[in-house]
Design a protein around this ligand. Structure first.
Ligand code: NAP
Length: 453
């Protein structure tokens, strides 16, 4: 009988990834009536993952959730191991020596592919790139976006697409006090983009955005929405799908937006429905996109999309593919490449019938890139519940010491960033922001973050 979770021998858990699902897992562990120690690893020196690098800079309220995560980060028994790349600096197998259980919370780090010709042309970008760039993610700072053409195309109608359209269409005044990077602000200030065309393969009732996000396009300073009212004449099945309150609200907002005039405004968002991209075209770089018109048919909530053979194309200078995120392989763990997730049952990592004892997944790497930030709470609770059910069967680690992990990383010349270190980086960023009249000015290079220490 193991004594894991006792005062003498707390349960030791490593969480890999410090985004929302990682923090909700930590919170669920600290709520247990056993003694736990949680070490949270992140390959970047900064915590909060998607909240810092995914949430749009002009949506600061969504970032308030950080205050909740910080409470758990300050709990006795919590340590942040920032700037540690699990898989490079230390392997999952090595971590097993120091932890009784490991929770993978690495999210969905890459974009889904469209699989059409021209997808890789210069000027065709995944939305993940633009989002990472304007949010100051160190991986995306060397990218260059050509905003010298008046027309941009965004493929996909989820909330990420809405973020991208909005950032491209807002004025500098609407962005300048946010935590968008100064470099992104300056580049966007000289952007020539005046029209963003956003394409959905299904109809207005099935669009993946949510009401708050679509409503904003009626409230922008210098941009108006354009919706073809014929697109709002939807079929019988789609009308029945309006029983869903989110769809109903979206549809009502779209009808309002369709009535708006663009008088006095220089920029526009054009929403296109029932059109699938079939080719991104251009000589050496993006010059246009070809779409095929679709028809929806079938029972409500099970309608199929069928190409009609009717094609149309649009000239543009840049394309953002915004068709969803997916997870990437974590070295040493099973992976389902099509879904971009780690195979699991209620969070227990498994490969076919084989359960990986003591290994769990949470968040987007567990279920795919769906839902809002809060969705991850119930998801992480479920995985922690599985861990608790397994407690008696966990194999106690042989060296239950965070100090030993630190020593090992030091011997490998890894500069581990603690939570106290992060708070120094945080304070320095807020200070840098004050000088620019912004909520913060992020360090966009790891070297800059470390130099603040
Ligand atoms: P998403 O919500 O899954 O939207 C993906 C979009 O791409 C959908 O319109 C989808 O159409 C379309 N699509 C997928 N494959 C396609 C293809 N082969 N051809 C054409 N279109 C294709 O993904 P997301 O926008 O990346 O967002 C990820 C998650 O983060 C979502 O749950 C989202 O709500 C959340 N998020 C929330 C916020 C917020 O709360 N403010 C902000 C950003 C993201 P179908 O619907 O037809 O599949």
């Amino acid at each position: 009988m193991s004594n894991l979770g006792s005062v003498d021998r707390p349960l030791r858990v490593a969480i890999i990834g410090s985004g929302p699902s990682g923090f909700y897992a930590a919170a669920a562990l600290f709520k247990l009536e056993i003694k736990v120690q949680v070490d949270m690893f992140d390959r970047l020196p900064t915590p909060y993952g998607l909240v810092r690098y995914g949430v749009a800079p002009d949506h600061p309220k969504i970032k308030n959730v950080i205050k909740v995560y910080e409470k758990d980060a300050l709990m006795p028994g919590f340590a942040f191991f920032g700037n540690v790349n699990v898989g490079e600096n230390i392997s999952i197998n090595e971590l097993k020596r120091f932890y009784d259980a490991i929770i993978i919370a690495t999210g969905a780090e890459t974009d889904k592919k469209l699989g059409i010709e021209g997808e890789d042309l210069v000027g065709s970008h995944a939305s993940t790139e633009l989002v990472g760039w304007y949010n100051g993610h160190p991986d995306f700072q060397d990218l260059r976006f050509d905003f010298s053409h008046e027309v941009a195309v965004v493929i996909g109608q989820g909330n990420v697409a809405m973020d991208v359209c909005r950032i491209l269409l807002k004025t500098v005044d609407e962005l300048k006090n946010t935590d968008i990077t100064q470099n992104a602000l300056e580049v966007l200030a000289s952007s020539k983009i005046r029209e963003v065309h956003c394409y959905g393969r299904r109809g207005p009732v099935q669009a993946a955005f949510t009401p708050i996000e679509i409503r904003e396009f009626g409230e922008l300073t210098d941009c108006y929405p354009v919706i073809n009212s014929e697109d709002l004449n939807v079929n019988e099945s789609s009308l029945k799908e309006l029983a869903d309150p989110v769809r109903k609200k979206n549809f009502e907002i779209l009808k309002e937006l369709a009535k708006m005039s663009g008088e006095g405004k220089k920029r526009k968002l054009v929403l296109h429905f029932c059109k699938s991209p079939i080719e991104i075209s251009g000589k050496g770089r993006v010059q246009g996109v070809m779409f095929e018109k679709n028809q929806l048919s079938g029972e409500p909530n099970a309608q199929k999309v069928r190409g009609t053979g009717v094609k149309e194309s649009i000239e543009c200078g840049i394309v953002f593919r915004s068709v969803g995120y997916q997870g990437v392989l974590v070295k040493g763990l099973p992976f389902e490449p099509n879904a971009g997730i780690i195979p699991n049952q209620k969070g227990r990592i498994m490969d076919f019938e084989q359960v990986f004892t003591g290994l769990y997944a949470v968040g987007w790497i567990k279920r795919g890139a769906t839902g809002i930030i809060g969705t991850n709470k119930a998801d992480s609770d479920e995985s922690v519940h599985s861990l608790v059910e397994d407690l008696a069967h966990l194999i106690p680690c042989v060296e239950p010491s965070s100090e030993a992990v630190m020593q090992l990383l030091k011997s490998r010349e890894v500069r581990v960033v603690s939570f106290a270190d992060w708070k120094k980086i945080d304070a320095a960023e807020i200070e840098r922001g004050k000088k620019l009249g912004k909520s913060r000015e992020k360090f966009v290079r790891i070297s800059g973050m470390l130099s603040a220490l």
